[in-house]
Design a protein around this ligand. Structure first.
Ligand SMILES: Cc1ncc(COP(=O)(O)O)c(C=O)c1O
Length: 370
């Protein structure tokens, strides 16, 4: 049975439909790897013979595409490897958004790069605020639907910075309702920290669904800049036409491949367990602290807290060598701070810092469920 598709061609910017993609030397060679390569104006000598980097890398290294698709429980035709998931967001905007015409939906408070890349591409950004329930954040689906049509709807689960997850059934029902207007992009950057199943398995039945992944978080490879767009093969084909010719530096590909070996994955699991334990410790202390008015533990490698005076608390932490992220600029997050979960000693340092804090006003608030 062939996989159902979506009207991707009609959604692609008209000027890109007929654009002839650049054919890089390495893309033309494909699997052909002759001993003498005089087709890419490379230097025949490497500056470091122990780690030769004089040759251009494979645009989409087959071994990594296969290893990542297996890890993400999909097939290679559904995967495009990108320079972090940031590049995936940017490519989707550049492919699908006609400047001054198309609209992109975001659900703030959320990751800022969706709106930024949308604006760089000249989209109108439609913001539908999340609702802050008694225990957790939720999407106001009727409001989201009322704001359609958009060419792209950006969701994030677990969401940065609230940490809440989206029930897959709700996302799928929504994707179905907007399947004639655009793509529903689910950013699973923090998926490794959550018990929520990935939406990748639903792609085959819901072709306007796109999932973003990254090795920056759970894999501990933020410095390597490796992410992925998982989508219908037709959409992946369109994205391949506009991605940079050599997006993936060879050392980063090697690091990504190494992180997918059984030993490395076992080590990742151990680290995830440690992180969960540190997070539990951190949450316990935050819950008991008189300085924390609200705590949203969420399901990612960070927590969100509300304090009396975010700038004051941040300054106190900075004076003790600890950097946190103020979220007060985001809607509904006045005086809120996002705290990344660190090592055992980093967590202890933060807790010591919290103990030593003395603001002028004290007020105790509530703890919210994940
Ligand atoms: C929700 C979310 N998506 C994507 C990214 C970007 O990740 P990458 O490092 O893969 O570009 C981040 C980075 O913090 C993020 O929080």
């Amino acid at each position: 049975m062939t996989e159902p598709s979506a009207p991707f061609e009609a959604w692609v910017r008209p000027e890109l439909r007929t654009l002839k993609p650049y054919a890089s030397a390495r893309a033309i060679s494909g699997d052909f790897a002759p001993p003498i390569r005089l087709n890419a104006n490379e230097n025949p000598w490497a500056s470091d013979e122990d780690q030769p980097l004089n040759r251009y890398p494979d645009p989409q290294p087959q071994a990594l595409v296969e290893a990542l698709s297996a890890h993400w429980s999909t097939t290679p035709e559904h995967v495009l490897i990108t320079r972090g998931s940031d590049e995936g967001i940017d490519l989707l905007m550049r492919l699908l958004i006609r400047p001054g015409v198309d609209r992109v939906m975001t659900l703030p408070p959320c990751f800022g790069m969706y709106a930024l890349y949308a604006q760089i591409q000249g989209a109108e950004v439609v913001e539908v605020g999340l609702t802050q329930g008694e225990h957790a954040w939720a999407v106001d689906w009727p409001a989201v639907e009322a704001a359609k049509p958009c060419r792209a709807y950006f969701l994030c689960s677990p969401n940065n910075p609230t940490g809440h997850t989206l029930p897959p059934i709700e996302v799928l029902a929504f994707a179905k309702r907007v399947e004639n207007s655009g793509v529903v992009v689910v950013d699973e950057a923090y998926g490794e920290f959550s018990d929520q199943p990935s939406l990748v398995s639903a792609l085959a039945h819901q072709p306007n669904l796109v999932v973003l992944k990254t090795l920056s978080k759970g894999f501990g490879l933020a410095g390597a800049r490796v992410g992925g767009v998982i989508a219908h093969p037709d959409l992946i084909g369109w994205l391949k036409r506009i991605i940079a010719p050599y997006p993936l530096p060879s050392p980063c590909v090697d690091a990504a491949l190494k992180s997918l070996t059984p030993d490395a994955l076992a080590q990742q699991n151990t680290q995830l367990d440690r992180l969960r334990a540190n997070k539990a410790l951190l949450c316990e202390a935050l819950k008991d602290s008189p300085h924390i008015q609200s705590l949203w533990p969420g399901q990612a490698n960070f927590v969100l807290v509300k304090v009396e005076d975010a700038a004051d608390f941040m300054a106190h932490c900075a004076a003790n060598g600890i950097e946190l992220r103020n979220q007060s600029h985001q809607p509904q997050l006045d005086q809120c701070i996002r705290i990344t979960v660190g090592t055992e000693s980093e967590t202890q340092a933060l807790l010591d810092c919290l103990d030593a804090y003395s603001p002028t006003h004290r007020q105790k608030g509530t703890t919210h469920g994940a």
